[in-house]
Design a protein around this ligand. Sequence first.
Ligand code: ME8
Length: 509
Amino acid sequence: MKPAFYVTTPIYYVNDVPHIGHAYTTLAADVLARYKRLMGYEVFFLTGTDEHGQKVEKAATAAGETPLELADRVMKRFQSLWEKLEISHTDFIRTTQERHKKGVAAMFERVMEKGDIYLGEYEDWYCTPCETFWTETQLIDFKCPDCNRPTEKLKEESYFFRMSKYQDQLIAHIEANPDFIQPKSRRNEIISFVKEGLRDLSISRTTFQWGIPVPGNDKHVVYVWFDALTNYITALGYPDESGDFAKYWPVDVHLIGKDILRFHTVYWPTFLMAAGLPVPKKVFAHGWWTIEGQKMSKSLQNVVEPNMLIEKYGVDAVRYFLLREVPFGLDGDFSHGALIARINSDLANDLGNLLNRSTAMLGKYFGGVLQQPGEETELDAAYRQKTVEAIQQVDGHFDDLAFSKALQTIWEVISAGNKYIDEVAPWTLAKDPEKKERLATVMYYMLESQRIVYTLLSAFMPRTAEKGLGYLGQAEPASREGLTWGLLKAGTAIKKAEALFPRIEEKAE
Ligand code: ME8
C-alpha cells in the first residue's frame, strides 16, 4: 500500500478575487503534492473557498447579490485560475456545502459536550475586516493591530471556547515538536504569544446571519474561523472518522501565509485537542508578496492578475518564477522585470539551450540515434555524480519545503551540463573519426543527465518536463523509477528540441 500524504492550502475568502498571493500558496501546495506523488505517495491535496461571515455578507450586499450568489460567482474564478495554473488538487471544499456544515455542527457539539464551550457575554473591540476581537490594550490608537483599520466596541451574547484550559498542553506540544511550526522564527513568535496567556475565545456571533447555525440555538452562527478551520477535516468526511479521515488525518502540512499563523497554530490545535483529535503534524507559514515594491491592494490598481501573467509568459514560467525567486518563508517582491530576467537567463539560456544544443549535436553526429556509452572518464564521472547527488539533495529540500533551494540544486546540474559541453567540445571530437566512441559517450552523458533533470522538474513545471522527456524519447510520464542513472537506452531516437522558452526581448513594463 502506498504511504499517505495530506497537504492543504487556506480556503480563500470569496469577497476578494484571486490574486498572486493566493496563487502562490496553491502553487506551492501543488508542487509538493506532485513531488510526493512522484515519490510514490497517495496524496490528498485540498483547497477551497471560505464563504461565510460578515465580510462576505457585506460584500454581497454591496454587489446587490445574495451571499451565495457572490460565492458561486467568485468560487468559479478560483477554480478557473487553478485550472490555468495546472493545479492538481484532489478536492475543492466550499464552506457552504452540506458535508461541511454537518461536520462543523458535529465538531461544535462534541466540544460542547465535553464542557469546553459555554454561553457568556462578550464586550470588546471588533475589527470587521479581520473578523477579530481585540482587547483595548492590544489596539494601537484604537485601530486594529493587524490591519490598522478602525475597530468598534461590540457587546453580544456569545458562546465561548475554553481556550485558556489548553495553554499548557499547547506549549508542551510546540516544545516537544520542533517541526510543528515553521519556519523557526515564526515558531518563536507563537511561543511568546501563547506564554503571554490564552483567553477564552468567542466562537459565535449574533450580529449577522450568514453562517452555520450553532446547534440548538440558531440565534447564533458559528464564528467564521471555527467554521473555516474545520474544513480540513470535513473534507475528509468528519464526523465519520473512518475512510479518508483515518487515512489522512493528522495532516502532514498546512501551507498558509504568515497572516493567518495564529489561527492555525493556536486556535486550530486547541479546538482539535478539545475534540480529542490529533493536531496537525506541521504548519508552514510563507512570506508576503509585494508588487513592484508596493503592498498589494485593489485601490492602488497594482494587483498583478495571475491569468494575465499566465497568458503572457506561459504557465510554467510563472510557476518557476514564484517558487525560485524567493526562499519559501521569506517575503518577496514581484516585478515583471525580475520575471523576464529569470525567463531569459534560467529558462531560455540555461535549461532550454542545453537541450537544444545537445539534441542538435546528436542529430548532426549520430543521425539522432543514441549510442552505447564507452569508458567513463573522470570528467564524466563528476558530471554523473553531480546529477545523481542532486536527487538526494532535492529530496532533502522538499522535506524542508525549500522549493527555491531544490530548484537551485537542479540548476547546478544544468550549469554543470553546459560547462561539460564546453569542456569536452564535442565539435572537436567530431572531426576525428577515432574519437567516435568518446563522442558517443559524451552525448550519452549530456542526454542522460537531462533526463534526470526533467524528471526532477516535473513537480515544478509539469508541461516543460513532459516536453523535455518527450524530446529525450521518453513516452512514459516522469516517475520515481526514472531517478536512476543509466536508464536511457542506446538506440533511442531523439529529435532536435525546439526552444522551450523563447527569449523575451521586450523591456520590463
Ligand atoms: O485568510 N502574499 O483567506 P484569504 C502571499 N479565509 N500570500 C498571500 C498574499 C500576499 N500578498 N495575500 C494573500 C483567509 N495570500 C481565510 C483562511 S483557512 C482555514 C481560512 C495568501 O482569502 C496566503 O496564503 O484572505 C494567505 O494566508 C491567504 O492568501 C489568505 O487568504
